[in-house]
Design a protein around this ligand. Structure first.
Ligand code: GDP
Length: 700
């Protein structure tokens, strides 16, 4: 746990320097992931035992290029470093760098150092040095950068113990700055120093130039008397950067040697293929194809297993526990509810396994680079590709996969539009309705109409996602620079440990975040479907016996008829009837109404609910349900309920409506607000209603 007695260690560094790997090396699985209050930036804290029985809270800060903030992530870093009263204010900062990109990485180091926090320079990826012909003069670098250096390889695990020893002795590290701030503009800075003699000059400078919260009162005061025009400030900032690079260049001239005859470079050759105008896309789509095939294939077995286990657990509970409300709640509400959460785990785990492997290997940056130009036209980022495509399996892991989109607006748009892509839960609904209303004919002898319809529905979902992104991009007024730095890291073999930890973390986040809400909604739906007011519900058995006096039913037929009678008169049945006036212009009756309400838990429930209503029993009995559905007649018009018009209307409704409590729960978790899931629900379902209405009215 975070404790005052522990020393606070902040991990800071550019993206892709191996910060997460160092974090994982130091903390193992002792990690807590949360959010910074009010924003969606992930906050990762871990715990580490150091020598001499000292313990440390390790705070993994978001990757940042410099202290000139251009994203909320970077703001988080600056705010923490400016605020001495923060419970997590670091006693010591570890600036993690990549030995191959030392020059660029040191910019941030010099800035952190100038905040006069004891700073250790962690030079990571030491295992690459030999291969790249790099040698370092560590004592020289330590002397001139006025710091202690840990040369480590988080991949191979060496240097970690030395790093821990350095952390323990953080008090001995010099806090002397690298750059004398007043050298940027002597007049300006000397005045600043006179006005605030007790404050660190570089901190004041950050407060003036950055949009961050820092001792609010003072900040306004500082700003009002020391603001310069925007262009003047920019000029000074540039001057600062130039001075820092001069300093870094001078130090590295002696401290870093690269023997380029040693360096062998496969990288550019590989890049030429992987980011090629044509081959790049072909390879990417092939990889995607393989990934999705495997997600579906590999998830099937554990998913079926989870499904079957919970079904038998539920039966077991019903049989073994004393009959009563509590047993019903457990066997029909809680157990299926938990099963409904766990069933997603295989897909989530496999998806994140593949995503981490692609990220770890360095390939993902190439994909982002390839797709960015196209996606940006629609207000999305190159990084939106993965969530949008993962949405075809399930929107839940897909929305969770938006986390690495730095720009908040692009990330939010991606979250909001992802549920339009056709997820696997829509498939059973599509399958049964298409089979009912689309003729099984072939056009031109080979194009199967039913298959074509299914494909059109997929395209429709994808098109709608892109289209709404375009609209949202126009209407959402969210500040956020769309700067595009493609970091092209080296290709690497993925670290198994990083992949594993990432998968565990994402799965946990889903279970604890969205899981609770899914469970709650399943219980509510269970209640609504298992209880009802009045005679018709309570005396369902009697009524069925009465109605079938002439030709009594077989035992299971009887049970199905009772279940159907109960469902019709349960609360959810009453709700289905109550919404009938609203849905009959779409061509639906109250039975479909019940199915629509209950498929709010998950879309695939649609088929099962209809099976109960038509008293088929056992949702896997698809042929029978289909026959019953095909025979349904509207008592008013005398027409078939499932005809071409109402079928198309239903397909469109399911394509667009936000009918997934779990997705709403994940959106809430990822955006930290109910506003966005509420918007999703209203907009998507409203749109679905209008489209379905138009379709039915035109086609009928
Ligand atoms: P972050 O973005 O800074 O958190 O970086 P990650 O920890 O995700 O690492 C980025 C990439 O560098 C991954 O592919 C890691 O496997 C790789 N990596 C991390 N540490 C080392 C190391 O010490 N040596 C080598 N060769 N690769 C490393």
């Amino acid at each position: 746990m975070v404790s005052k007695q522990n020393i606070n260690v902040a991990l800071i560094g550019n993206p892709n320097v191996g910060k997460t790997s160092v974090f994982n090396q130091l903390t193992g699985l002792n990690q807590q992931v949360g959010n910074y209050p009010g924003i969606t930036v992930e906050k990762k804290i871990g715990f580490c035992k150091l020598p001499n029985n000292i313990k440390a809270n390790i705070l993994d800060l978001p990757g940042t290029y410099s202290l000139n903030a251009s994203s909320i992530d970077e703001n988080v870093v600056i705010e923490l470093l400016l605020n001495k009263n923060d419970k997590l204010y670091p006693d010591v900062a570890l600036v993690v760098t990549d030995v191959e990109n030392l020059k660029r990485n040191l910019l941030l180091f010099t800035q952190i150092k100038d905040l006069e926090i004891p700073t250790i320079l962690v030079i990571n990826m030491a295992d690459r040095m030999k291969f790249k012909g790099i040698s370092l003069d560590i004592p020289y670098l330590e002397e001139h950068l006025k710091t202690k250096i840990a040369l480590i390889s988080s991949r191979k695990g060496y240097g970690i113990d030395e790093l821990k020893n350095l952390i323990v002795s953080y008090r001995t590290i010099s806090t002397e700055p690298c750059l004398n701030a007043s050298s940027i503009d002597p007049d300006y800075f000397n005045n600043l120093r006179k006005a605030f003699p007790n404050q660190l000059l570089y901190k004041l400078w950050l407060v003036i130039t950055q949009d961050v919260n820092f001792l609010n009162l003072e900040r306004n005061e500082i700003r009002s008397s020391f603001t310069k025009s925007h262009s003047d400030l920019k000029r000074l900032q540039q001057k600062e950067t130039i001075k820092r690079y001069q300093f870094i260049n001078d130090v590295l001239k002696v401290g870093l040697k690269i023997d380029s005859s040693v360096a062998r470079d496969y990288r550019s050759r590989l890049d030429r293929v992987l980011t090629h105008k044509i081959w790049g896309y072909v390879i990417f789509f092939l990889i995607l194809f393989v990934i999705f095939q495997s997600i579906f294939e590999w998830s099937k077995i554990p998913m079926d297993f989870i499904d079957a286990s919970f079904a038998s657990l539920s039966t077991l509970a019903a049989e073994e526990l004393p009959a009563g409300v509590l047993t019903n709640l457990i066997s029909q509400g809680i157990i299926p509810g938990i099963g409904g959460i766990l069933i997603f785990i295989p897909q989530i785990a496999f998806l994140f396994m593949f995503i981490s492997i692609l990220e770890e290997s360095g390939y993902m940056s190439r994909v982002v680079f390839l797709m960015d130009k196209i996606m940006r036209k629609f207000g999305l980022s190159g990084k939106s590709v993965v969530p949008l495509i993962s949405g075809t399996a399930c929107a839940i892991p897909a929305i969770m996969a938006t986390r690495n989109i730095e720009n908040w607006k692009e990330r939010l748009i991606t979250i909001l539009v992802t549920p339009f892509t056709t997820c696997s839960a829509r498939l059973p609904v599509y399958a049964i309705i298409i089979a009912l209303v689309i003729p099984d004919n072939r056009v031109f002898g080979f194009l199967n109409m039913q298959g074509m319809t299914l494909m059109l529905l997929y395209l429709l979902g994808f098109g709608m996602a892109i289209f709404s992104a375009y609209i949202l991009n126009k209407i959402l007024k969210i500040k956020g620079k769309t700067y595009f730095v493609v970091e092209m890291p080296n290709y690497k073999l993925p670290l198994f440990k990083n992949v594993g930890i990432n998968v565990i973390e994402k799965t946990k986040a889903f279970i604890y975040g969205a899981g609770k809400i899914i469970l709650a909604i399943s219980i509510v739906l269970w209640f609504l479907a298992s209880y009802g007011p009045g005679e018709k519900f309570n005396n369902a058995e009697k009524i069925v016996i009465e109605n079938t006096k002439q030709n009594p039913l077989q035992e299971d037929e009887f049970e199905n008829a009772v279940a159907s009678q109960k469902l019709e008169n349960s609360y959810i049945g009453i709700m289905g009837k109550a919404i009938e006036p609203a849905i009959s212009p779409l061509g639906y009756d109250w039975k479909i109404g019940i199915a629509i309400i209950s498929s709010f838990a998950a879309r695939e429930v649609f088929v099962g609910t209809l099976a109960t209503i038509y008293s088929v029993g056992g949702s896997d009995n698809e042929v029978t349900i289909k026959n019953k559905m095909a025979a349904e007649i509207n008592p008013v018009t005398g027409e078939k309920i499932f005809n071409f018009a109402s079928g198309i209307s239903l397909l469109l409704f399911y394509a667009f409506a936000m009918q997934c409590a779990s997705t709403l729960a994940v959106t809430k978790k990822e955006t930290n607000s109910w506003k966005w899931p509420a918007g999703q629900l209203i907009f998507m379902s409203g749109f679905a209603y209008v489209v379905a209405l138009l379709a039915y009215q035109i086609l009928k």
